[in-house]
Write a protein of this length. Sequence first.
Length: 227
Amino acid sequence: MAKLYRKYCPQEWSEAIGLEQVKAFSKASPLDGECVFFSGPSSSGKSLCAGLLAKQFTSDINIQQMNGSGIGVDDVDVIAKEFHTRPLFSPRRRAVVIEEAHNITRHAQERLLLVMETLPEYNLLLFTTTVPEGQFTDAFVSRCKVFNLPAYKPAQVRSVLTATMAAEGMDIPEADVAKIIKGARGNLRRALEDLSLAQVPFILKSAQATTKEQKPLSLFSIAQESA
């Protein structure tokens, strides 16, 4: 079974649950030359928001994804040169998503700040982190539009699980669904992973029942069919 959180990852804002402030920002604010900072617990929609904003701003071929753990001062210098050159492909706009931004070194943050302050309008820079913005320099955060995303509410998790079960034809007892929601603690990815695991015993039980219904062929019956 394909991982459910990937299979049903929203491709448009209308498919995303919650995230109302970010949705409003995406409609009302020009993204040209913007730096956007998303913080929050694991699986609270940070990467989803960054990805949807990037796709809204430009085409997939002009979207670059990076991990903060691999970014040092030299890397920032390379990024700076790229930012001052328009992409070749239409619409000639670039979006860079830096995940786990808290792993960017302090020196790299300082160098990156200079880039952010002179960011050409055909670029969009997005950061995601599970660490509060207090771990970053004040100057760095002040250059960004900041969204602190909370964990999903139990009702929101239930809504996603209900829709997923309907789409997958799952029949999970309500008691198990309630346990999944409670155990996930607002982590939507964990809830969907646990939903996949919860389905396994019922798949096995169904398969066993089907096997029992099929009468095994004896050597005599096989011989008769061959005659």
